[in-house]
Structures are given as C-alpha cells and as structure tokens.
Design a protein around this ligand. Structure first.
Ligand SMILES: O=C1O[C@H](COP(=O)(O)O)[C@@H](O)[C@H](O)[C@H]1O
Length: 243
C-alpha cells in the first residue's frame, strides 16, 4: 500500500485538484473494467470537491451511467433533509450528471423502510455493500476531533471489527444519530482519499500521519488497499512533521 500526502495552497485549489484527480481515476477504472465505483463523504471539503466535478469541463470523460455510487456515512435524518450527506451530494453533483438511478445507493433515511431504527438501516446497507466494498475511490473527511466516516474517537464504531456498517449514536458532532461504514469496511477500498482543510484539522491530521492509534484518531485507520491519499490545504497540513 502506498501513502501519499498532497498539500494545496487553499481549499479551492484542493477541491479543484481533487476533482481533476477523481475524474482521471474513475475514467481509468472504467477503461480497465468497464465500470467504476465511488463512495462519497459529507462535509465541507467533500461537497466542494463534488461541486468542482460538476463544473469541470472534463466531467464527460467519465461515463456516469457506469459508476456505482455509495456513501461512507450518513446523518440519520428524513429523506431530503438538507443535512443529509445524500441531499448535499445530489445538489452538488448527482442531480447534474447522467447517473443510473439504479446504481446510486444512498443509506436509508430515518423515515424510510426501516423507520427510525438506525440498526435496521445499517443492517440493510451492509447487505447493499456486501461484495462491493473494493471501491475504486472512497472519499472521506476528517473531523476536528479526528473522526472519519461517522467513526468517532473511542466510540463503539471504532472498536467494531466484524460488521461493515453500524448505527452510530450520541455523536459529539450533530446530528447525533448516523449510519456509517466501519474502518474495517473502508480498508477494503482500493483507494481511500482523506480530504480536509483548515487550521482546526491540523492537529488530528498531524496525529494520524504520525501513526496515532485509530481508537484515538479514527482517521489514522482509514487506509486503501492500493493507495491512501491525503489531500490537504496548507492550514490542515501545518502540524505535520514530514510526509
Ligand atoms: O459530519 C461529517 O463530518 C465529516 C467532516 O466534515 P467537515 O465539514 O469537517 O469536512 C464528514 O467527513 C462526514 O462525512 C460527515 O458526516
């Protein structure tokens, strides 16, 4: 497995570069295997990257009808809630490109088939991703306390080694109830891209890059089988000692 750290001067430059890289990577996967798979994240940086993909003149280099789209985590809220990662991703990108609706796999909302039961929603999503977890690219964010996906420091989710998808309760960052892939699941991805910006991320980024325990800094445990790519702006990269 290769680890690479790319540092960009500003959040905008990062979003632009990540979008270009993502288009290249998805097109390459399609050239190799006929289709590509992508797991999306929420958060400021993740959504900014999707907006850049939407606005890129190169976006048609990808056959969007042959991309399977999943989410790494979701805020467990009613369908269409503006805080849902799905709602934001649709507005930023998915509503603007010719995806195949049957290949877009959002996590269940809290008013869907599983009602207000995040455990049932998590079990259902585990069935959706079973055998599909070798995502070509898995985009994740990093929280200021070191969370990634919706796996928070020293939470039940970070200790989970069997299940691929779990319900998450009492999150320190609102909304408190979520559904998330586990680190064990994320590590089946071909590539994991950790994307974050801002001085408030410098500490967890530095700790993760220095080899912190994933229990303390879950982002430290997000790795791809082929590549772990950190995409940072200068502020988020400021605390690291070396690449
Ligand atoms: O709540 C969440 O936050 C993280 C990071 O978000 P950011 O705005 O600080 O970049 C995100 O990765 C995760 O998907 C989301 O649910």
């Amino acid at each position: 497995m290769t680890r690479r750290v790319d540092v960009h001067p500003t959040p905008d430059a990062l979003a632009e570069a990540a979008a270009a890289l993502l288009l290249t990577r998805l097109a390459a996967a399609q050239a190799e295997r006929g289709s590509a798979s992508l797991a999306l994240t929420g958060g400021r940086t993740g959504i900014a990257v999707l907006e850049r993909v939407r606005d890129s003149p190169a976006r048609s280099s990808v056959d969007w009808s042959a991309v399977d789209i999943y989410w790494g985590d979701e805020r467990f809220l009613p369908a269409g809630d503006p805080e849902r990662n799905e709602t934001q991703a649709r507005a930023a990108l998915l509503d603007h490109i010719p995806v195949d609706p049957a290949r877009v796999h959002p996590m269940p909302p809290s008013d869907g088939d599983f009602g207000d039961d995040p455990d049932a929603a998590a079990a259902a999503y585990a069935a959706v991703v079973e055998g599909k977890l070798a995502f070509d690219v898995h985009l994740v964010g990093v929280g200021e306390e070191g969370h990634t996906l919706s796996v928070f420091p020293d939470s039940p989710a970070v200790h989970e080694t069997e299940r691929t998808v779990v319900a998450v309760r009492d999150c320190p960052k609102p909304p408190p109830t979520r559904v998330s892939l586990t680190l064990t699941a994320a590590r089946q991805s071909r590539e994991v891209w950790l994307m974050t910006t801002g001085a408030n991320k410098a500490e967890p980024v530095a700790a993760a890059l220095a080899g912190a325990s994933e229990v303390d800094i879950p982002a430290a445990g997000a790795r791809g089988k082929d590549l772990t790519l950190w995409l940072l702006d200068t502020d988020a990269a400021a605390g690291r000692r070396n690449g």
